[in-house]
Design a protein around this ligand. Structure first.
Ligand code: GTP
Ligand code: SPV
Ligand code: MN
Length: 591
């Protein structure tokens, strides 16, 4: 048999450390074969074809959606499982009241039993990956071992996988170990456990999103936040967006909103027609790694290479760029189908669903046609607003930080923290209605500090202290804001049009950052008056605008009391500065 000349080192020979770990996992899980992912286009084509042949993926209408595929998950595996997610530090207090905790020994024993022999008859895929541009000093690598080819295909879109990542690992001699098996997809045998002190992740029993694509929430947030604390940076659940004003100046904003609360949409914003000359560029849509720069500013990279975005609600009016982006080379999960095999979802505003997300004939009495947490996976490069600076090794400088939540009441459209320390309290105070991104009740308000409640890999009290220390180190800390696009009127309608019109709020922030825009001083921070916002061409009545920009003292007294109660559970570890800031807000509310 003729063999091609071997000009390059075989993958298993590149890193001894990775090879030895793969060997130990092979002995434990007993797969019938081991496959190392190169990450080449031809390899991905072949692996994709394999899943189409086996029926796990369905090719969509090739005229309307060329290169697009549909995956259907197990109906009991449709979102992150926060109640089955654990942070396993030696000391329980290091994980904090914000995490489920298990002792490392106990967790290792439990997971070992689950993984033992779990890949019999299956292929074990080795996926070396890099989070961040390959040539960035801030990039970090990992290796995910998985028995799911669907996970491999997603990781290929979401991260930089294959040979270059493995070479980087061999060079830096450090990587995060991520072991994943779908097991039997049995919710009763499902655990997502993290060992930040060992730089390792073990995930069993789910094939969905953040449970299974270990580079994303498990590595880039839970493990990375833990590393960032000891190394002096921040790993945050934030989008990164570039805003070019009509004068041609571009500023970058990073914003943290809880899951399914508008990050992808804000990152891909399309300026309203009445704001000519503005341009918007996406750097990232979900995760930001923030480092203090030598110039005293905060700089951000996006560790990801693709978007795993919420499908429902996407249409040409809400987000034309997202709508265009997912018409080609996109992997859809849990959407419905039309008669001619086009993907369909609630809020699409055209077409008719015939087959629901579970592959059954669509029957409205059984609920929505697409699952509310249906997702698209697509390379960031398909985004018409993709910023070339996404590849900059040092990232982009941040002019404003934003926190936000989904709240029908209480939180105004926007307010600005008085300074960094107050801003840390504002971030810590984020509360938001739960969404379909995690299994559980939808629509209940819960505390979600910095949108990191499900993702911080250590005790929130230590995390807030770290935030305070980061601010003290920055010579030019960005101003911090809070937004809420989701206020509703008595009839339940959104008071604010949202989407593209959110640029009006961002423009005010940038003017504030530049010391140009006016504001009123309220007990909770600085708010724009109606006349401080650019509302030209906006159809909103003045009562709605007034309501959006008003602080209701009665509701806010309740809010601060609730916050005080929430912070109490962090006990002695809680930085006193946060309580001081809270006392400041309370006294201004009572003045
Ligand atoms: P994750 O990927 O889960 O982290 O979500 P995300 O924060 O990126 O949220 P995304 O932008 O995908 O939006 C989630 C849902 O909120 C979608 O159904 C959107 O259509 C809707 N949405 C986003 N922005 C706005 C807005 O400004 N106003 C309103 N009313 N809805 C919005
Ligand atoms: C989120 O839930 O915040 C997501 C989707 O971005 S997942 O990848 O499932 O975490
Ligand atoms: Mn997210």
């Amino acid at each position: 048999m003729a063999t091609a000349p071997q000009a390059i080192v075989a993958l298993p020979d590149i890193s001894r450390a990775v090879f030895e770990w793969v060997e130990s996992v092979r002995k434990l899980t007993q797969p019938s074969s081991v496959y190392w992912c190169e990450g080449s286009a031809s390899e991905i084509r072949e692996l994709t074809a394999q899943l189409v042949r086996s029926g796990e993926l369905t090719a969509l209408n090739a005229q309307q959606f060329p290169g697009c595929l549909l995956a259907r998950s197990s109906p009991s595996d449709v979102a992150r499982v926060e109640h089955l997610t654990f942070v396993c530090t030696r000391s329980k207090d290091d994980a904090g009241p914000n995490n489920n905790w298990m002792a490392p020994d106990e967790a290792h024993a439990k997971m070992r039993a689950l993984f033992s022999g779990c890949m019999r008859g299956r292929t074990l895929y080795v996926v070396p990956y890099c989070m961040g541009p390959l040539d960035s000093p801030y990039a970090r690598c990992g290796v995910e071992i998985t028995d799911s080819l669907y996970v491999v295909l997603n990781m290929n879109i979401m991260t930089r996988i294959g040979r270059p990542a493995l070479e980087l690992i061999a060079h830096t001699e450090s990587f995060v170990k991520g072991l994943h098996s779908i097991g039997e997809l049995d919710p009763a045998r499902r655990f997502i456990v993290h060992f930040p002190e060992e730089l390792s992740i073990e995930s069993f029993g789910s094939g969905y999103g953040g449970n299974a694509l270990l580079g994303k929430k498990c590595h880039a947030l839970r493990i990375a936040s833990y590393q960032a604390r000891t190394e002096g940076w921040l790993a945050e659940h934030m989008l990164i967006v570039g805003l070019e004003n009509p004068r041609g100046e571009t500023h970058y904003v990073a914003a943290a909103f809880p899951s399914a609360c508008g990050k992808t949409n804000l990152a891909m914003l399309i300026p309203p027609a009445s704001m000519p000359g503005w341009k918007v560029y996406t750097v990232g849509d979900d995760i930001a790694w923030l480092h203090p720069g030598s110039d005293g500013r905060l700089w951000a990279i996006n560790p990801e290479a693709g978007y795993f975005g919420v499908v429902p609600g996407t249409n040409p009016e809400t987000n034309r760029n997202a709508y265009e982006m997912i018409r080609r080379d996109t992997l859809f999960t849990n959407v419905a189908l039309t008669a001619d095999k086009q993907p369909w979802w609630e809020g699409l505003k055209s077409g008719t669903p015939v087959i629901d997300w579970q592959g059954r004939p669509y029957d409205p009495s059984r609920g929505p046609a697409a699952h509310p947490n249906a997702r698209f996976t697509v390379t960031a490069k398909r985004n018409p607003g993709y910023s070339a600076h996404t590849e900059d090794p040092m990232g982009v400088p941040i002019s404003a930080l934003v926190f936000g939540g989904r709240r029908r009441e209480v939180a105004p459209l926007v307010y600005q923290a008085r300074d960094w320390t107050h801003g840390v309290l504002v971030g810590a105070s984020v509360a938001s209605e739960t969404t379909a991104a995690a299994v559980g009740q939808v629509g209940v308000v819960r505390r979600d500090p910095m949108a990191m409640q499900p993702f911080c890999g250590y005790n929130f009290a230590d995390y807030w202290r770290h935030w305070l220390e980061m601010g003290a180190k920055l010579r030019k800390p960005p101003p911090i804001f809070h937004v809420n696009w989701f206020r509703r009127d008595a009839a339940g309608r959104f008071l604010w049009p949202g989407f593209g019109d959110n640029l009006r709020v961002l423009a005010w922030m940038l003017d504030r950052a530049a010391g140009k825009a006016a504001a009123t001083d309220s007990p909770i921070g600085f708010l724009p008056r109606a006349e401080d916002l650019n509302v030209s061409g906006l159809s909103i009545n003045s009562e709605a605008l007034h309501e959006l920009l008003t602080v209701d003292r009665t509701l806010w007294r309740k809010e601060t009391a609730d916050m005080r109660q929430y912070l109490k559970q962090y006990g002695e570890r809680l930085p006193a500065a946060l309580l001081d800031q809270l006392a400041g807000v309370e006294s201004r509310l009572n003045a």
